[in-house]
Design a protein around this ligand. Structure first.
Ligand SMILES: [Zn+2]
Length: 352
């Protein structure tokens, strides 16, 4: 999750846009959607996503060895190698048409006024090819960079976004196992670990400007950024997740998210931050936004901020692994439905 730093420009944007934007909270429909997923299959593979596996990965991805995973630095590259090792071990290949797990991004692309010079960096991608509509692509994204080190302290970024990073590993492993057992998805799934998020959503912007698969064939982005903790508004229970953006472009995506949750996971879906006029502007602060601005339906899963957000204390010991498991399973259940249902989600909303 990117920090909200440009207060002045932000205030201007908010000021200029608030007259034309209505709250989307009131627009949420409650149309039931019948899921087309085979429940037995979903229930079988969703169980392979476990708190224990997520924890094992996260203690490595968010360890001091990774030095806070700042974009272009050695620690981030080490974390990237770990991800690739896991994909290789689990037999999840890199996408068709390329020859590695890396999408390189040159240092020059990250240059912005007032921002530090960053090194060359890479998005990392893995791929489960669809059996019936391989050219239609579902993207599941999470950023694997964080803010590095400051004053000798390591910002481990366990929640932000180590949690989403390890969620992708587990979801990919589940889909690959399903494929190996003859239950692979009908559409293709691109697992996209983007870089440069904390410095301005660079990796996802780069991908959408240089897409491996045509954006017109990209059916949805499920973006996961911070799903391992709880915020002050949920002190009594971690059985929730904020859902942001699901109804902005597609009523199908909203309905599928709701139905998949009810049937397979049962989290409380909280739409508080789905309001475009919310001053936190979370919708604009993570990688799904770069897909949504190209009219690709996008849903963002998020646990809200907490006292360790962007602090050196965002450590794996503070993660609530039961919540991380359920939220990862929700992303999996949504992905399964999207990748397998007869029709891709319709784009029937303006995005405003
Ligand atoms: Zn962040």
């Amino acid at each position: 999750m990117k920090n909200q730093i440009a207060i002045l420009s932000l205030a201007l944007v908010t000021f200029t846009s608030c007259t034309s934007q209505k709250s989307t909270v009131a627009k949420l429909s409650t149309n039931p959607t019948s899921l087309e997923s085979n429940s037995t299959d979903v229930e079988k593979y969703i169980k392979t996503i476990t708190a224990e596996d997520l924890k094992t990965h996260l203690y490595i991805v968010a360890s001091d060895e990774m030095q806070g995973r700042n974009t272009g630095e050695e620690g981030q590259k080490k974390a990237g190698k770990y991800l690739i090792d896991q994909y290789t071990k689990n037999g999840v290949p890199f996408p068709k048409g390329v020859n590695s797990y890396y999408q390189p991004i040159p240092s020059s692309y990250f240059q912005k006024a007032f921002s530090p010079k960053l090194g060359n960096s890479e998005n990392i991608w893995a791929f489960v090819e669809g059996s019936e509509k391989p050219n239609e692509i579902l993207v599941i994204s999470a950023h694997y960079d964080h803010v590095g080190m400051k004053n000798g302290e390591i910002y481990n970024g366990a929640d932000d976004d180590g949690s989403g990073t390890v969620a992708l590993l587990e979801i990919a492993q589940a889909f690959q196992q399903a494929k190996n057992e003859g239950k692979g998805p009908k559409r293709s799934i691109l697992f996209l670990h983007v870089t440069g998020e904390e410095h301005g959503l660079h990796g996802s912007r780069y991908y959408t400007e240089n897409p491996l698969f045509p954006l017109a064939k990209t059916i949805t982005d499920i973006n996961i950024d911070m799903i391992g903790r709880r915020d002050k508004l949920h002190e009594d229970s971690n059985n929730y997740v904020y859902i942001i953006g699901s109804d902005y472009l597609s009523s199908d995506l909203y309905n599928i998210t709701e139905a998949a949750n009810k049937k397979f996971v049962n989290l409380n879906l909280d739409y508080k931050y789905n309001d475009r006029n919310d001053p936190n502007r979370f919708y604009y602060r993570s990688d799904h936004y770069n897909f949504a601005k190209h009219n690709i339906p996008a849903v963002f899963l998020f646990n809200g901020t907490h006292e360790d957000y962007h602090q050196p204390t965002d450590e794996p010991s503070k993660i609530e692994y039961d919540a991380l498991e359920k939220r990862t399973q929700l992303a999996f259940a949504i992905a399964w439905e999207l990748a397998n249902r007869k029709d891709r989600p319709v784009v029937d909303k303006s995005g405003n």
